[in-house]
Design a protein around this ligand. Sequence first.
Ligand code: PLP
Length: 370
Amino acid sequence: MTEQDNPFLPLAAPGIAGLTPYIPGKPVSELERELGIRDSIKLASNENPLGPGPKARAAIAELMGEIGRYPDGGGFELRRVIADYHGVAQSAVTIGNGSNDVLDLIARTFLSPQVETVYSEYAFAVYAISSQAVGATARIAKASDYGHDLDAMAALVTDRTRVVWIANPNNPTGTWLSAAALRSFIGAVPRTCLVVVDEAYTEYVSEPDFPDTTRWLDSFPNLIVTRTFAKAHGLAALRVGYGLSDPRVAELLNRVRQPFNVNTFAQAAAAAALGDREHVRASLELNRVGMQQYVDAFRRLGLDFIPSVGNFISVDLGRPAAALNQALLRRGVILRPLGNYGLPNHLRISIGLESENARCIAALEDVLAS
Ligand SMILES: *Cc1c(COP(=O)(O)O)cnc(C)c1O
């Protein structure tokens, strides 16, 4: 959009002019309205196909009578449960309206037009959006094998860098960093630079040398770990996530945080979900089997893919994915094109129910053949 299209553009804050909005997965209702079709499936937003577990559902159902009241602005009970779960102080926990909200709080608290921020090529899009919205200068490190190249990232950090963003595992690539590599990176970054480790998919990872960064908070006061209830816990619609950090960092984030950013249902469901290990276990098992369905299919079809430890997998179609994606939409299969991530030949597929995966694979085979 140019100044001619929008006369308010020159009035907006400096970072806004170059900003492109986040592109979410297409909702089923929107596709069906547009194409007049039914029975579509959405494998585009890395949601848990099982949804929430029984404990979270029960917690939500109990609270209908509370709708007329504001939520607990301090999120006392949820922060207590999170703090207990991780063995950290309650003052180390910052709750967010999704972990996106926490990421945005970090940008608004520590970034400004005077400072710089570092992230990787193919990294989660919100780092760019939140950083740019506040006018910080972004230094983007080239990826290596689609994953974060920590040496390249370290080389971009200066005394002007306030925030480095790392997704582990990363979305949309599903790549991950080992404990040793990540720990030595954080140890080498100046203490004037915060390192955000975004662990939205951490529950899915079973690699033995995958880090538990929450154990490092005492060693690195400039570390912020973010987690979400939107993925493995199946609470995407409620919008709830959190950050763990040095309490002095959390205190600053909480100055910026809107007082009622996490609603009553989200607080209660999230607290219940952390105690529902059985639901997480079942979700991970479903994901493991579903991931294998795709890996087998891609091998059979001769398609390259980026090996993923998350609940999604990005496949290289060997040609521009946009037209194939349109053909898939007409068949009622919603996936995520990655052109805006600089991966025009890839589609990202969220692991669904077994039947959804089978339908997606059949549709993919069909459109590739036609
Ligand atoms: C999904 C996702 C998030 C957060 O999602 P919320 O719904 O805002 O909690 C954060 N980081 C990455 C890398 C994600 O893929």
